[in-house]
Ligand binder design. Sequence first.
Ligand SMILES: Nc1ncnc2c1ncn2[C@@H]1O[C@H](COP(=O)(O)OP(=O)(O)OP(=O)(O)O)[C@@H](O)[C@H]1O
Ligand SMILES: [Mg+2]
Length: 258
Amino acid sequence: MNTRTICFTNNKGGSGKSTTCANLAYELSAAGKKVLMVDGDMQLNLSLSFFEEDEVLAMAENKKNLYYAIKDKDDLTDYIVKTEYDNLDLIPSSTLMSQIEYELFTMMQRELVLKKCLKKVKESGKYDYILIDAPPTLGTWVINILCASDDVIVPVEASPWGLFGLANMFEFIASLEEMTDARVLGVLITKVDERKNYYRQTMEVLDSYESINVFKSVIHVDSMIEWAQDASKPVAVFKKNTRSALEFRELAKELMRL
Ligand SMILES: Nc1ncnc2c1ncn2[C@@H]1O[C@H](COP(=O)(O)OP(=O)(O)OP(=O)(O)O)[C@@H](O)[C@H]1O
Ligand SMILES: [Mg+2]
């Protein structure tokens, strides 16, 4: 099986990376794809999307989490945790990820540590997709995430500052050309609010980036997303036909066609 690794990056905080990663992963698994999620952020938001807070903290405290795997350059196979859903697994994170830049600093080939730790999982062919949630930074750790990925999805919030810094980020990804084949698969517009006109404004600016694909699917503001996150459930499980659930399903279909 050919495993496709996709990361969600945007150095702008709160743009919808973790929400998209979690719900897209769920929809792909519900469509019968085998999916592994990697929680690359010390905020633990991806893990919290599927597990209760005490379970997440317990995973963060024992040694089977991403922080220790990276620190020890360990094969990630043994770090995989099953979620309650078929075909959907997770490598949990730790709040210690706040120190990961420091740990990486003295390592040889420090940009490629995650890629090497994921090598066996990828080669095992067990998964159709590996989805990696990145933190809102652009340091060595995010370079690791980009180097481990085939594709990048950039969630962008439809808001006045949503596009601020986006050009920087594209340049950052382009500057890694010699290190990674990762390419920007597309920009996903999130948190669209029909009562405001930022969506059109956002589209106009994105249209000016000729080489960048913008996903046809967009994700509207939907309060069910927050309720679902509070209940540690994908939005489609929390409320089956709520607008964002259908939108993430469409996005999964769009992705599977790309
Ligand atoms: N479509 C939506 N409708 C309503 N709320 C949303 C939507 N998408 C995301 N949110 C909320 O916006 C906040 C930011 O979303 P999220 O955590 O996914 O962004 P992020 O890019 O991962 O943030 P960070 O940069 O901190 O990692 C969260 O509180 C989430 O519940
Ligand atoms: Mg996040």
